[in-house]
Design a protein around this ligand. Structure first.
Ligand code: CP
Length: 337
């Protein structure tokens, strides 16, 4: 039961973790829609003259980031500040994880200081759930390995729905989204596939077979497709979400003692020729279709600068929406909706 601070708890039932946000795959559609509508309200409060209410005054949010981040950590920090909370920021490079302490011990120590929520970024898939099982306070997953990045999914879906004028109901029936690039390594893709298909959209994963294998279709049977032909997919979609090739994840050894460093792509030039989003390729898109990217961007590889900064791009609106989305999530988690 939440509130127990003794030894790590037994495997939870789903409801026990209603106060955590570890992923969109297990999130009921109603709660997702509720968080999206709350994001809209937070955006309005940020734009209002009086600003957001300081509903989290006196609360402490701890950001435990064991992997690099620009957007997510800054965005959670800004969101907490906007709601009046205080923020404790701990990064992997400055923590005793470097002295051999486990993530769970680190999380339990920080929880013991009396913080109200833990925001976790880690290299290990499943780290957020493991920590959620070990602590009593709410846990928010800020990206764990290749598993999930739920607040990125919420901000992406909100940005998409706003661009397509579906942000009153967040019903995405009939909407088609291409997620392009290193889909197999992407926690952003997994959260977006779960969230977008739950709202009625179809997601097409696009990339070479090594980065977009057929097995991705099982993430949302009937609503998630795989294609290796970007040019063929482009005219049919309402949004294109480009992903960075995560070279660092492919360099992780497949098993202990394995020193091979397999490259995810045979040739950068060839990858760019088939899967890079260039100005020429955007001409194949519907007039109304938008370009998204969760960041960080590798300009000139998966996306050209003219496209990233061009009229179809909603990349910076994604970042702006991220603050409102995280405000909505923090308030939901800490004040119980
Ligand atoms: N989108 C995203 O997770 O970016 P960061 O790694 O910079 O947080």
């Amino acid at each position: 039961v939440k509130g127990t601070r003794s030894a790590p708890r037994a495997k939870p039932v789903v409801d026990e973790f209603a106060r955590d946000l570890v992923g969109l795959q297990s999130l009921p559609r109603e709660r997702l829609v509720g968080l999206l509508k709350a994001t809209t309200l937070m955006k309005a409060s940020l734009a209002s003259r009086s600003g957001p209410k300081r509903t989290l005054a006196g609360r402490i949010v701890a950001n435990l980031f064991f992997e690099d981040s620009t957007r997510t950590r800054s965005s959670f920090t800004t969101a907490a500040f906007r709601l009046g909370a205080e923020v404790l920021n701990l990064t992997g490079a400055a923590s005793s994880v470097n002295k051999g302490e486990t993530l769970i011990d680190t999380a339990r120590n920080i929880e013991s200081m009396g913080v109200d929520a833990l925001v976790i970024r880690a290299k290990q898939s499943g780290a957020a759930m493991s920590i959620a099982r070990a602590v009593a306070c709410p846990v928010l997953n800020a990206g764990d390995g290749r598993h999930e990045h739920p607040t990125q999914g919420i901000l992406d879906i909100h940005t998409l729905a706003s661009a397509l004028k579906r942000d009153r109901t967040f019903d995405l029936a009939g909407v088609r989204v291409a997620i392009v690039g290193d889909v197999v390594s992407s926690r952003v893709a997994r959260s977006n596939i779960a969230g977008m298909t739950a709202l009625g959209a179809t997601v097409v994963c696009v990339g070479p077979p090594s980065l977009a294998p057929r097995s991705l279709e099982s993430l949302a049977p009937g609503a998630c497709e795989v294609s290796h032909d970007f040019d063929a997919v482009l005219p049919s979609v309402d949004a294109v979400m480009m992903l960075r090739v995560q070279f660092e994840r492919h360099e992780e050894p497949a098993k202990a003692g394995d020193t091979r460093k397999p490259s995810p792509i045979a040739s950068v030039r060839e990858y760019r020729a088939f899967f890079g989003l260039t100005p020429t390729r955007t001409e194949r898109m519907k007039r109304s279709a938008v370009v998204m990217h969760p960041g960080p961007i590798n300009r000139g590889l998966e996306i050209d600068a003219e496209v990233a900064d061009g009229p179809r791009s909603v990349i910076l609106p994604q970042v702006a929406t991220g603050v409102a989305a995280r405000m909505a999530v923090l308030e939901d988690i800490l004040l119980g909706g």
